[in-house]
Design a binder for this molecule. Sequence first.
Ligand code: ARG
Length: 472
Amino acid sequence: MAKGKPWGGRFEQATDPTVERFSASIDFDRALARFDVRGSIAHARMLGAQGIIPEGEVGALVAGLEAVAREIENGSFPFDAALEDIHMNVESRLGHHVGKIAGRLHTGRSRNDQVATDLALYLREVSAAAQRGTLELRRVLVARADEHVDTLLPGYTHLQRAQPVRLAHHSLAFVEMLERDGGRFADLRARLDRSPLGAGALAGTTLRLDRERTARELGFSAPTRNSMDSVASRDLALEFLAAAAICMVTLSRLGEELVLWSTSEFGFIELADAFSTGSSLMPQKKNPDVPELVRGKSGRVIGDLVALLSVMKGLPLSYNRDMQEDKEPVFDAAATLRDCLEVMAGAVATLRVRDDRMRAAASDPMLLATDLAEALVREGVPFREAHEAVGRVVGHCVAKDLDLRTLSREDLRAFHTAFPDAAAALVDLESAIERRNLPGGPAKERVQAALADARVRLDREQSALEAAKETP
Ligand code: ARG
């Protein structure tokens, strides 16, 4: 008989030690311990209420499980690899506390519906935390944007200076991306509202479980609708990983801008000492390791998503042990994302903005070539024709090394007779931005309204997150 294993009856040999090591998941699935205990308490209460186990034993089972929860909390729980996974560890420890009646707990339950339930509870928690993390970073970006409504810098396409914008406008672009990133975690939670518990191994049970009751007690709105789907599916874990990977890509791009902007070549920002590192060899260096690592760790979270997609893609219904491989990618992505959101918030909150360097770069008059073409459009010139004429003006300035703003009305008229004024009057940095006053544009009024609106949305989202918190 196989010692310690609840399936001992059927087996004559003990598990080979290599198999024991190979198949054990306790080193990582201990992260599910709290959720496993919570699920077990709900299950035990339901079994008692349904008269499936003696009501009188429920109190002892719940007290025993609470003792286990305390041991997990204070780090004294004796995790045992011979017991394979967290489910058997908890059950065995319960036996230590309450004796033989612990054997009643697994009535009408399989580790298959148990692990699916644990994972759903875990995903609910980490997706709320991830959303909160994006929210905190957004708050920092909005606060920094607020300081820099009047800081002008070039906006880039192809990493070539394109048109001038406000730094606040640039920061708010990341706020938008992070709001959608946070929204993906909220969307996922709407789908994480069904309890797999009671699906059994795959086909439920002959015992009269009350699935509605355990669902409610665990904060789900209802039981899952199909027992096979309940134990066979990991799409919600995949969805978490996809949302995490997308969010990491946002962070990676923000990180890349911080790296680029802190070069001597750009010199747009200086990271705080507390968020930079030195070189062990070159005394002059201050390196942007934090945003670089965030950029690097995006690769790891993308890998987590690809790993689980690959595990799942060929599996027949319903549960297969392959699915034990779901956990490490999910845990890794959740922890990595949490840390990256936190350090990025710190780095952005503390970096110094070099307004002077940004404005100097934004003052490149070539950034206003489009405005010159639009001045012709206002005179009734077709845009293509205006674009061509201004292209020749720019070519002339480049060839002769001239500042565009020094061209007189006559100079301009040599390129197109419709130019209404001297270049200096047509291309002014401040008014160029102010004229970009469409919804979503960088004009001051628009940016200030966008900031106010972003703050309202942040408060609303925060209240919704807090209201959702009190579900058990
Ligand atoms: N440790 C397992 C997992 O994570 C729990 C479910 C085991 N079920 C089984 N039939 N072996 O998937």
